[in-house]
Design a protein around this ligand. Structure first.
Ligand code: TMP
Length: 234
């Protein structure tokens, strides 16, 4: 499979058509943005690391019955994926209070939640991906009742599996974001799963090993991504 026409360039990835109409090549860039691209930068080798980490997590989830767009990693920065129509919802799953939830409810980061919290955010950067609920999704026809149920089921299952997996690597899965797409009438997991889209803290020291280091100018961003890769591949 080769890259033909580029059809999309987002903040962290590019998408290319291939000779197969059902398949795309997803290329991971080193570009990083935060706060809806108000802050921009690069994280050296982030694309290579996120490609490998996404491969690892998608493979794990797929084995456990969550369908994903991932087919195979082709090289350092490219993966072959199924061509989906993205459902314009960002699904956030939280196990520990941090980031947006701390801000929304005036809570301290680090509070362990009594149960996972699933949030829908309407995917629209210009509006800062506003928080919406099930009724918004159904009333606006963003997804059907059945799709909503499927997305919920896969998201909770992904949370359990990823929490357990990262725990075995001495990492706490604080929260993460998922995106789903429609492929041949079915809902499948798409986008990426990486330290750009997950908050990961060292289990012992609680050190942040994710994109918050970039968002908050904490330094050693590259080192954190490399450390996550090292642990995950171990
Ligand atoms: P939040 O606390 O800022 O809402 O972020 C929750 C999780 O979602 C966190 O792990 C980072 C991830 N995330 C994205 O992947 N993309 C985004 O645009 C934002 C705001 C968060």
């Amino acid at each position: 499979m080769e890259k033909l026409k580029q059809i999309y360039e987002g903040k962290a990835k590019k998408l290319y058509e291939t000779e197969s109409t059902d398949l795309l090549i997803q290329e991971f860039k080193d570009d990083a943005t935060a706060f809806d691209a108000a802050k921009r930068g690069t994280i050296t080798n982030k694309g290579i690391i996120n490609n490998k980490l996404s491969e690892k997590i998608f493979t794990l989830l797929q084995k456990k019955g969550i369908p994903t767009h991932f087919i195979k990693r082709m090289n350092d920065r490219d993966m072959l994926v199924k061509r989906v129509k993205i459902v314009p919802i960002e699904v956030t799953m939280r196990n520990i209070v941090a980031g947006g939830m701390a801000k929304l409810l005036g809570l301290n980061e680090g509070i362990v939640l009594k149960q996972p919290v699933l949030e829908w955010h309407y995917k629209e950067d210009a509006l800062h991906d506003p928080l919406i609920n099930d009724d918004h999704v159904r009333a606006l026809g963003i997804a059907t009742e059945k799709e909503l149920e499927t997305i919920k089921k896969y998201s909770y299952r992904a949370n359990s599996l990823m929490k357990k997996f990262f725990d075995s690597k001495n990492l706490i899965l604080v929260d993460f974001k998922l995106e789903f797409g429609r492929y041949k009438g079915k809902i499948i997991l798409a986008d990426e799963i990486s330290p750009d889209t997950c908050r990961l803290w060292d289990k012992t020291t609680k050190e942040k090993l994710d994109k918050d280091r970039f968002r908050r100018d904490m330094g050693n961003v590259e080192g954190a991504y490399e450390e996550v890769l090292r642990r995950v591949m171990n």
